[in-house]
Design a protein around this ligand. Structure first.
Ligand code: ATP
Length: 219
């Protein structure tokens, strides 16, 4: 089936090469037509971001400029209330129709907590889940997410034959980079160069983000 679309949700506070390289590898692996980075305005499962959603989306747009298959989808910035993925997937499913393969990409750390997500059992009715093995994180060995992996786990090649309903764990080129590490470097006055594109670092400097005296999030 062609026209496959993936959604890569996250806080992107800020986006970094771990996100970007993983997205590119998955685009090739899954023969994606489009990959949508979807910044969460108000992530429901974690502390609130360090900078505003507008800044985080602006940095994403700079980071993906030039890669035609990538775009930044701002629907969660426009929606009121917590940024529940199930609502975004419902909207996308309506836009794409029932037959188009739709993937929700998430890191291993996020997959481990999937059963705490809003209406989590409905996610697989809307999309496939593609989890990226991430350095330092393990899979749950028991509980609802472990059961889901046993019952719905499938290799990436199989996923494209259907529109939704399977879970795939994919090992990509490991990138031990996190937004937390970047924020912490910047807050202590050190460089975050080579962890994220220069265009993102220039935006951070221009807008005085993440420094000890920089802006705090205002959603
Ligand atoms: P933070 O350090 O603030 O928690 P993060 O680096 O994990 O941020 P997020 O915006 O929270 O970045 O991540 C969005 C998604 O990308 C999550 O599903 C996360 O697991 C995944 N992800 C983040 N960094 C990497 C990486 N280096 N390799 C693979 N996946 C990643």
């Amino acid at each position: 089936m062609s026209g496959a679309v993936a959604v890569f949700g996250g806080t992107f506070d800020p986006v970094h090469f771990g996100h970007l390289r993983s997205a590119l590898e998955l685009t090739e692996l899954l023969s994606l037509e489009r990959l949508l980075f979807m910044p969460a305005a108000q992530p429901p499962h974690r502390e609130q971001p360090a900078v505003s959603a507008e800044h985080r989306a602006a940095m994403l747009e700079l980071a993906i400029a030039g890669e035609a298959r990538f775009s930044c989808d701002r629907r969660e910035l426009r929606r009121e209330g917590p940024s529940y993925s199930v609502l975004s997937l419902e909207e996308l499913r309506l836009e794409l129709g029932a037959q188009t393969p739709l993937y929700m990409i998430l890191g291993a750390d996020a997959l481990g907590q999937l059963d705490q997500w809003h209406r989590w059992e409905e996610l697989l009715t809307l999309a496939h889940l593609l989890a990226i093995a991430r350095p330092g994180w393990d899979w749950p060995e028991d509980g609802p997410v472990a059961t889901l992996l046993q019952e719905r786990g499938a290799p990436a090649e199989v996923l494209a034959a259907t529109a939704a309903g399977s879970v795939c764990i994919q090992t990509l080129r490991p990138q031990a980079i996190s937004s937390t590490a970047i924020r912490s470097l910047l807050q202590s006055g050190r460089s975050a160069r080579y962890l994220t594109p220069d265009s993102v670092l220039e935006y951070i400097a221009r807008n005085n983000l993440y420094s000890a005296t920089g802006e705090v999030a205002q959603e």
